[in-house]
Write a protein that binds this ligand. Sequence first.
Ligand code: PDD
Length: 275
Amino acid sequence: MAILYNDRLTERDRIHVDIEDRAYQFGDGIYEVIRVYEGRPFCLSEHIQRFERSAEEIRLQLPYGRKRLEGFLQELIAKNRLKDGTVYLQASRGAAPRSHPFPDGARPVIIAYTQEAPRPLQFLEQGIQATLTKDIRWLRCDIKTLNLLGAVLAKQYAVERGCQEAILHRDGRVTEGSATNVFLVKDGILYTHPANHLILHGITRAVTIEAAKEEGIPCREEAFTTDSLFRADELFVTGTTTEISPVISIDGRKVNKGTPGPITRKLQQAFEKRI
Ligand code: PDD
């Protein structure tokens, strides 16, 4: 399988990770996960744009521009004959003797590889179970950094409770999921946390808001409380690999009747048309 390593495609076993790579030691880097449907990357330019923004926010200078990066990723997908799956893209600040400040002269390291993955059809159809837990992450969740320990601990907490996702809250206000954005439906209105520093500005979230507009479903980017989760008519999470997945229970308590609701279904259909 081919991988992208800086500015060339090569084989995985021909490269190595330096023990002093800052991604490895500090989580000092950024990433993207891009969905590929039938060999076509979905929302590629949006992902690259967010990647560039993340780089800028952590003051990491990418070695080449958008067009070249897009070209490399397309080449990678073609070379690996990826039909349905994901591309993982990462940039590290590079390798240097371990010391916290930005190193002089370290070269950023870019890697990307592909992975085959089917669409999560069972979850899309039947929904997922979620658990509620505290959001213990930092205050720049809008940057897609490699520091994922808060997300890892939250997801593990969910898995140990037989759930597929952890819904996070800060002081009783729902922010997002461990790897998804969260939407609630109440009285025909869609609610989701505003795209500020407390959540990742999800690309699937943006597609969902746009689809809602087209379908005439009012959408308010407002934070909602954990209490309102339990009074929701419908609840769903969005993400690159999750798409629009209905949430049918929280900590074992059913969301409404415990089945995916009509607005969720409408948005799933609208999403499906775009892929
Ligand atoms: N996760 N919120 C968080 C914290 C995320 O990590 C993700 C994505 C999302 C959804 O964003 P998008 O729609 O752009 O994928 C929201 C990726 C898929 C991951 O880490 O695997």
